[in-house]
Write a protein that binds this ligand. Structure first.
Ligand SMILES: [Fe+2]
Ligand SMILES: [Fe+2]
Length: 252
């Protein structure tokens, strides 16, 4: 690790960011640590095509992709918790909640949306401005739920009287955040792009990249992606094919 990067990581207030990076490096260094996807083909792992330029809006949307994958882990965990709570390792959920906290809440929400996107959209003409207060309220509620998930999952096992409350909290977070991110992708980010114009959009694309480097070092998105894959692997959720829907019943 170069000294500049070490300095930046040391400056991050949440220990989770360091955990995020260190766990990924450990994963990368293990010969058996490759994901299913990486085993399938030679060449760059998913998300490693860093030389391709990413626009500011695309950056925000691919961050949603990481957060949606954390939500899928939550959603799968809800079903397992209700079926057999012992089959859900608390540390896998804790890692997912830590990723959501560091990458989603502290970086994507606070450093980007609440600092740059929401204030601009709130002042812009059009109906998108009407969503901002609700979206901010949902950020706050999400953080409360993440605090709760982290408090429950720090134990070696999930207490039996916490299983259903935890399942409900995760379920409600998934429902809220899926709607939240969908509105941001389809209404808020397009409204923001129209409000600022291309020149400022390009400028902010570079600024977002600088903020990402400041928060995480050189490769925040790639590190978060690898971390997410590691969590999915640990829960047996890394094979996309297992989610292919069964055929529908024959039509009459
Ligand atoms: Fe948001
Ligand atoms: Fe967002």
């Amino acid at each position: 690790m170069d000294s500049n990067r070490r300095h930046l990581i040391a400056g991050i207030s949440l220990a989770g960011a360091g955990i995020l990076l260190n766990a990924c490096r450990a994963n990368q260094s293990r010969s058996g640590g490759a994901t299913n996807e990486e085993n399938k083909a030679e060449g760059p792992a998913p998300g490693e095509a860093t030389s391709v330029e990413v626009t500011a809006a695309e950056d925000l949307m691919r961050e949603h992709g990481i957060l949606r994958r954390a939500l899928l882990v939550y959603q799968e965990s809800v079903a397992r918790l209700r079926q057999d709570a012992a089959s859900v390792p608390p540390d896998a959920l804790e890692k997912a909640a830590n990723l959501f906290r560091v990458f989603g809440e502290d970086y994507h929400e606070k450093k980007l949306e609440e600092t740059f996107i929401f204030p601009t959209v709130k002042k812009a003409p059009g109906s998108a401005a009407g969503y901002i207060d609700v979206l901010l309220g949902q950020h706050t509620r999400g953080r409360e739920i993440t605090d709760y998930v982290l408090s429950i999952t720090k134990a070696e096992r999930i207490a039996s009287n916490s299983v259903e409350p935890l399942a409900r909290a995760l379920e409600s977070l998934v429902r809220m955040y899926e709607h939240h991110a969908a509105i941001e992708d389809t209404v808020i980010f397009p409204a923001w792009k129209s409000a600022i114009g291309q020149a400022e959009l390009d400028e902010l694309g570079e600024k977002f990249e600088a903020i990402e480097h400041e928060q995480f070092g050189d490769d925040g998105y790639e590190v978060a992606l690898k971390r997410m894959e590691e969590i999915e692997n640990s829960l047996g959720l890394s094979n996309l094919e297992m989610f292919t829907a069964p055929p529908p019943p024959p039509s009459k």
